[in-house]
Design a protein around this ligand. Structure first.
Ligand SMILES: [Fe+2]
Length: 138
């Protein structure tokens, strides 16, 4: 099992609180990958629960650090977070409707794609831009 300190250098933004929380996301990706590789779905509920909890805690924290007065992409960034949270709810709802092994595997596969895309596109582009200029964050 990978640990929190395994967040690769390329995804670190130089903000300890944010990097630690992003490491949680990265660990989640590793858990999803192990679940897919071993076809072991015993941790499925925990992974999905972590996904939902992560979105809530991390986004509220990160949004609290955005300086609305000088960060011109503030609204766009909030919308991106809201889209992520909608996706997390979508996965939870999909599983309430269908608890089969195949449905779980499909959700794990979708989550894997979504999280990898988020890592590259959101963290490495939008979050990095936010924390690149001191005036944009608190
Ligand atoms: Fe963000």
């Amino acid at each position: 099992m990978n640990t929190l300190i395994d967040l690769p250098e390329e995804y670190r933004l130089g903000q300890d609180d944010i990097d630690l929380q992003h490491a949680v996301l990265y660990s989640l990706i590793n858990m999803v990958e192990s679940g897919l590789e071993t076809n072991d779905q015993s941790n499925f509920e925990m992974i999905l629960g972590s996904f939902v909890s992560y979105t809530y805690l991390h986004f509220r924290h990160e949004e609290g650090r955005m300086n609305q007065d000088s960060y011109s992409d503030y609204e766009m960034h909030l919308r991106e977070h809201a889209n992520f949270e909608d996706r997390a709810k979508h996965y939870s709802n999909a599983l309430k409707e269908d608890q089969s092994e195949s449905a779980k595997k499909q959700v794990l596969t979708d989550m894997h794609h979504f999280l990898l895309d988020w890592l590259g596109n959101h963290i490495n582009r939008i979050d990095r831009e936010l924390f690149s200029k001191e005036a944009q964050y608190l």
